[in-house]
Design a protein around this ligand. Structure first.
Ligand SMILES: [Zn+2]
Length: 469
C-alpha cells in the first residue's frame, strides 16, 4: 500500500498563517480537519509502519508545527524496528512544491527535486531512495535528475509504460542512458481505483484481502524468483478523510493481528521491495513521456485544454503569465546579484536555500557562508532575492491548474505566491513586473464568473488583506 499524503498549500505567503475556513467546520481549517480525520488516526493506529508513503514537504511543515506528535509518528514510521537497511524505509521523498516537473525548466526541476530530497534528509534523518513525482508526472529528463541525486525508484501508473500489456505484479527497470537506470513500480490500477472510488470495496478489509488481493497475486513466483506483488497507490487522505473510517480498513488490511488466519499473502512496502535491490536485476521497460496518474491526456490538465475540464481555456494563459514572470524575476535577480556573485553560484545558493526554509541554518549564517566578505547590504539583498525565488517556485504548484475554474482557492493561492515574489523584486529593484503580470493575467477568463485573471489576482490580494495596486 502506498499513501500519497499531500494537500494544496493553504498558508498565506504574506502572513504565514492559514485563514479560518468555514467549510471545514467544526474544525478551524481544512488542514486541521484532515489531520483529525486522517493523519492523526492513521499515525496512532500504526498504519504508517506497514505502508509506504510520501509526505509533501509543504504539508509536513504544517504538521510539524500544528500536530508535532503526529509528525513524529510519520518520521518514526519510516524505519520500523526490524527494517535494518535504511534504503528500505517506508517513506519516499516528494519534490518540494508539487509542481508538474515535466512542465518546469530544467533548473526548476533540479531545485524542486533537490529541495524535496534535502527536506526529506533533514526530516527523516537519511537520504531517500524513492521519490514520488507530483501527479506521477514523468519524463526522461526528470528521471535523470532524480537518479543523479541518488534516487533509485519511483511509482507510476500502469498506463505510463509504453508497453500496454505490462505485468504490474513485478518491478521494472527504465534505462536512462549513460549506464544509469531507475526502478519503476507500476501500481495496480484496478485495486487502486476500487479503493479510491468504490466505497463499498473498503467496507470490509478481510473481504478485500480475500476477494481482490489474493486472486490478483496468488500463484508461483516469476521465473527469476521475484515474488508476485500488487501495489495499491492512492491519496493518503482517502483513509479517513475522503472516505470516513477507512483508517480502520487500512489498519485491518495491513496489520490484521494474530486473530486473523493466514490470508495467503504478506504485507510489504515498496521500499522493502526495491529499495536495496540492484536496479539492473529488474526487466527493462520504457515509459511514456509526459504522462501522469490523474490526467489521461498526458499532462495537458496542467497547461492546456483537456476533456477533464469543461472549459480549460484559462489554463494556458495562466501558465504563460507565470512563466514570463519567472523568467523576468530570474533576470532581475541575477542582475542584482551580479556585483557579489556570478549566476552559477546564485543557482547553487538557490538549490541550498531549503536549509533556511527548514530552519536547519539561520538566514544570516547562510548568507555569511556564501558571501563571507560582502557587505551587510549585499547579504540582505542576497537573502531577499532567494526569498523571491522561493515564492516564484511555489507559484507553480500543480493545484492551481487542477480544477475547473481559476476563481478557486488553489489558483488564488498560487497567484498570492506570484504576488509575494513579484513584490519582493519590484520593491527592491524598482521594476514594475507586477503591472506586466496583471496585464498577462488579464488574458484569461474564469468560466463561471467571467472575470479576468487580473481581477482574480486583485481579489486574492484583497482577501489576504494586502494592498491592491
Ligand atoms: Zn486530462
Amino acid at each position: 500500500m502506498h499513501g500519497h499524503f499531500y494537500q494544496p498549500e493553504r498558508r498565506d505567503p504574506f502572513s504565514g498563517e492559514i485563514a479560518p475556513q468555514a467549510g471545514a467546520a467544526p474544525f478551524r481549517d481544512w488542514n486541521a480537519r484532515i489531520d483529525a480525520e486522517c493523519y492523526k488516526p492513521n499515525a496512532e493506529r500504526g498504519n504508517l509502519r506497514h505502508i509506504s508513503f510520501d509526505l509533501g514537504p509543504t504539508l509536513a511543515y504544517w504538521l510539524k508545527d500544528k500536530d508535532p506528535d503526529t509528525h513524529a509518528i510519520f518520521v518514526d514510521s519510516d524505519l520500523p524496528p526490524g527494517i535494518l537497511d535504511a534504503e528500505c524505509g517506508d517513506a519516499m521523498a516528494q519534490s518540494f512544491h508539487h509542481a508538474i516537473l515535466p512542465l518546469a525548466s530544467m533548473a526548476d526541476r533540479r531545485t524542486e527535486i533537490r529541495w524535496g530530497l534535502r527536506d526529506f534528509e533533514l526530516r527523516f534523518g537519511r537520504r531517500p531512495s524513492g521519490i514520488w513525482l507530483p501527479e506521477t508526472a514523468v519524463d526522461m529528463p526528470t528521471l535523470r535528475i532524480a537518479v543523479a541525486e541518488g534516487i533509485r525508484y519511483t511509482i507510476l501508473a500502469p498506463w505510463q509504460a509504453v508497453d500496454t500489456n505490462i505485468d504490474t505484479r513485478r518491478p521494472y527497470r527504465v534505462e536512462l542512458g549513460n549506464g544509469k537506470s531507475i526502478a519503476v513500480v507500476f501500481y495496480d490500477a484496478a485495486m487502486s481505483a476500487s479503493i479510491s472510488f468504490e466505497s463499498d470495496a473498503t467496507m470490509d478489509a478481510d473481504g478485500f484481502a480475500r476477494d481482490r488481493v489474493l486472486p490478483r497475486i496468488a500463484g508461483p513466483a516469476f521465473p527469476d524468483g521475484t515474488p508476485r506483488t500488487a501495489v495499491i497507490a492512492t491519496d493518503g487522505e482517502l483513509y479517513g478523510h475522503h472516505q470516513k473510517f477507512r483508517d480502520l480498513f487500512l489498519a485491518r488490511l495491513v496489520n490484521p493481528g494474530k486473530d486473523v488466519p493466514d490470508r495467503g499473502f504478506d504485507i510489504t512496502t515498496v521500499g522493502q521491495m526495491v529499495g536495496a535491490t540492484a536496479v539492473g536485476l529488474f526487466p527493462g521497460t520504457r515509459i511514456s513521456e509526459r504522462t501522469s496518474w490523474s490526467c489521461h491526456h498526458g499532462v495537458l490538465r496542467w497547461y492546456a485544454e483537456c476533456p477533464d475540464a469543461s472549459d480549460g481555456r484559462w489554463k494556458a494563459p495562466l501558465r504563460v503569465a507565470l512563466e514570463r514572470l519567472a523568467s523576468a524575476i530570474d533576470m532581475v535577480a541575477i542582475g542584482l546579484a551580479a556585483d557579489f556573485m556570478d549566476g552559477d553560484r546564485f543557482w547553487k545558493a538557490r538549490d541550498e536555500y531549503v536549509d533556511v526554509i527548514f530552519g536547519a541554518i539561520g538566514p544570516d549564517e547562510f548568507a555569511m557562508r556564501f558571501l563571507p566578505i560582502a557587505s551587510d547590504e549585499q547579504r540582505g539583498r542576497f537573502l531577499r532575492l532567494l526569498e523571491a525565488e522561493r515564492w516564484r517556485l511555489a507559484m507553480f504548484a500543480s493545484c492551481g491548474w487542477f480544477w475547473d475554474d481559476p476563481v478557486r482557492p488553489e489558483t488564488k493561492h498560487i497567484l498570492l505566491c506570484a504576488a509575494k515574489a513579484v513584490r519582493l523584486i519590484d520593491d527592491h529593484a524598482g521594476t514594475n513586473l507586477e503591472a506586466r503580470l496583471m496585464d498577462d493575467l488579464s488574458i484569461l477568463v474564469s468560466p463561471s464568473r467571467r472575470i479576468d485573471g487580473a481581477a482574480i489576482y486583485r481579489e486574492a490580494l484583497a482577501e489576504a488583506g494586502q494592498p491592491v495596486r
